[in-house]
Design a protein around this ligand. Structure first.
Ligand SMILES: Nc1ncnc2c1ncn2[C@@H]1O[C@H](COP(=O)(O)OP(=O)(O)O)[C@@H](O)[C@H]1O
Ligand code: SF4
Ligand SMILES: [Mg+2]
Length: 340
């Protein structure tokens, strides 16, 4: 059985209407009784992203980050919950209708090698989404060229094929394709994970510049909190399809209140030795790695088997998200997490 989702929407911004609203999202893969009995891949996730804002969705592999991205994009139908784009409910809008109507929402995937069709010129790849929006001929080609220039590539790249470009250049092409229809919201699913470190930095800087110039809202998915911190204002930490902690990215990264976030932050390498030492000390103070052997239950906290602070209440009751200093954390014993 699925525990009830938190009644209060999380990670709420302030000011104007959100660009993207996710409410009580549940996603189950598969069909039949077996699938219904398995824990859902996403279990009651809510967040907002404001225009011009970047929300970093972080968690280890298999935590459900891409599933949320796919549900937002209409590539995986949610079992429950809603997805709204500028207030419009698009949860169940068919893909065909989306490609014509929802120019405001685009995606960049992780792998720049498989996400571009090798048999198509770059020009054809960039013109295709424009054609679906009714922009054709010279106008479309001019937009494709200026799109390439806006990501630092020459306009005449329209005549070339993906194989003629490096991984970093292909990711720039994928970004140009995502932005050619002038969207307002972009899902970036691990857009730099396949790139080497110096190329990562260039692509992250490019994304930050494009966001600031165009007022884009990003749902930025990554497994590395350091990468998320570079680009995001707020972050949502996901574990087994549930939100563990959320808040301003610096508060979550530097002063986490959830044991899982402590584990996540202390596992990620940082270039500053003092910060690295503080993280190691926090992890050791919490007793991470010496967790008990209690099993997680469907109605309790999913982190039980790995958590050194777990008690009976953690096994029995799913902790709601609640405010702790600058962040919201879903933990019964967050007060016992050593402050940094
Ligand atoms: N197409 C699918 N069919 C069945 N299970 C899936 C599918 N895609 C992902 N999952 C499962 O859903 C969970 C979340 O996966 P995913 O969203 O890809 O995580 P992440 O992007 O954080 O690595 C994992 O347990 C994964 O095995
Ligand atoms: S609720 Fe319990 S098991 Fe879950 S993270 Fe907090 S202390 Fe650990
Ligand atoms: Mg993924």
């Amino acid at each position: 059985m699925t525990a009830p989702a938190p009644a209060t929407p999380v990670a709420l911004g302030t000011g104007p209407a959100p660009a993207l609203e996710i409410r009580d999202l549940v996603v189950r893969y598969g069909r039949g009784r077996k699938a219904r009995q398995a824990p859902p891949a996403i279990d009651g996730v809510s967040f907002d992203i404001m225009p011009g804002e970047t929300l970093g969705l972080v968690g280890e592999s298999g935590s459900g980050k891409s599933t949320i991205g796919k549900a937002v994009l209409g590539l995986q139908p949610p079992t429950a919950g809603t997805v709204r784009l500028h207030g419009q409910d698009i949860t169940h809008m068919p893909l065909k209708q989306r490609s014509r109507q929802v120019a405001d929402l685009r995606v960049v995937f992780q792998d720049p090698y498989s996400s571009l069709n090798p048999a198509r010129t770059i020009g054809k790849t960039l013109v295709e989404p424009l054609r679906l929006m009714g922009v054709t001929g010279r106008e479309a080609l001019a937009k494709a060229r200026s799109g390439l220039e806006s990501v630092g590539l020459p306009g005449d790249a329209v005549d070339r094929y993906p194989a003629q470009f490096s991984g970093g250049q292909r990711q720039r092409i994928a970004i140009a394709r995502a932005l050619v229809c002038d969207p307002k919201v972009v899902v970036l699913d691990e857009p730099v994970s396949a790139l080497d470190l110096s190329t990562q930095a260039q692509v992250l800087n490019l994304l930050a510049d494009l966001r600031d110039q165009r007022g884009l809202a990003f749902l930025f998915i990554a497994h590395d909190l350091g990468v998320v911190r570079f680009l995001s204002q707020r972050t949502v930490v996901l574990y087994r399809g549930q939100v563990m902690e959320t808040g301003p990215v610096d508060a979550v990264a530097l002063a986490p209140r959830h044991p899982y976030t402590v584990a996540l932050t202390s596992a990620a390498p940082v270039p500053r030795p003092a910060e690295q030492a503080a993280r190691r000390a926090a992890r050791e103070a919490l007793g991470m790695g010496t967790a008990g052997t209690a099993q997680a239950s469907a109605t309790g906290c999913p982190f039980v088997p790995r958590c050194p602070l777990s008690t009976d209440v953690c096994v029995e009751q799913r902790p709601p998200l609640r405010r702790l200093d600058a962040t919201l954390a879903a933990c019964h014993h967050a007060e016992r997490v050593p402050a940094r």
